[in-house]
Design a protein around this ligand. Structure first.
Ligand SMILES: [Zn+2]
Ligand SMILES: [Zn+2]
Length: 231
């Protein structure tokens, strides 16, 4: 699905969303889906006429298996690509034990241990709040939004006014929604991080789950936050 010139939600990723931003033959991906999606990502890029060597970076919104699951096989194909993760989530990606660690869902997942494991990736570059990344012709501002995980980040694509939110904000039936509680480490902190995002100016929301909001997304997030305070 094309979201802006050169920007896409990657087709063929199940259970979560991953995004591709391209320019001048170079490209980056934000999140990678569960295990087994490297092929889908590479063939999507190929259909756009993008070569393997054009993949410059993989950015992770957070460590969870439905976002970090295909990092290792992608890097195996394109070792020169840089992986960016927030330092609070990086050790989990390095060990492959990505969680969730908290909540009743974590207990359930421990029973099905392999489900919460991804192929580990030891090396990554750190993401920091306020950092500006210039990649494939796009300017991305990094926003640390802890709560869903300690190292959750969102990316503001400044040229498009598009907020890539990971699981810090998801959408359901066209509306903005908080991260799912059973998978969230600290729900209070997650709500606080989400509220802070309303201070930004953005038009589109590209979430980790659910359909993108293509216009007036800031209003949709504001309505969600107003709902917290009314409750
Ligand atoms: Zn998550
Ligand atoms: Zn997710």
């Amino acid at each position: 699905m094309e979201l802006g010139q050169g920007c896409y939600r990657i087709d063929g990723i199940r259970h979560s969303s991953a995004y591709l931003l391209s320019g001048e033959g170079r490209w980056v991906v934000v999140d990678t889906g569960m295990k087994g999606h490297a092929k889908a990502i590479l063939s999507f890029a190929q259909q756009l006429g993008l070569g393997l060597s054009g993949l410059k970076a993989i950015l992770l919104t957070h460590r969870h298996m439905d976002h970090a699951g295909s990092v290792a096989p992608l890097l195996a194909q394109v070792p020169a690509a840089a992986l960016y993760v927030h330092p609070a989530d990086a050790p989990f990606v390095a060990s492959g034990q990505v969680g969730p660690q908290q909540g009743w869902m974590a207990a359930l997942f421990r029973i099905f241990g392999t489900f919460t494991r991804i192929p580990p990736v030891e090396e990554s570059r750190p993401l920091q709040d306020g950092q500006i990344l210039e990649l494939a012709g796009w300017t991305l501002r990094v926003l640390h939004v802890p709560g869903h995980t300690a190292g959750s980040v969102a990316f503001l694509v400044t040229q498009l006014g598009a907020l890539i939110s990971g699981d810090a904000i998801v959408t359901r039936r066209g509306r903005a929604a908080p991260p799912p509680a059973p998978f969230t480490d600290d729900m209070d902190q997650a709500r606080e991080s989400l509220s802070r995002l309303t201070a930004l100016s953005f038009e589109q929301l590209w979430p980790g789950h659910g359909d993108p909001i293509r216009s007036e997304a800031q209003k949709a997030v504001r309505a969600l936050v107003d709902g917290f305070t009314a409750a």
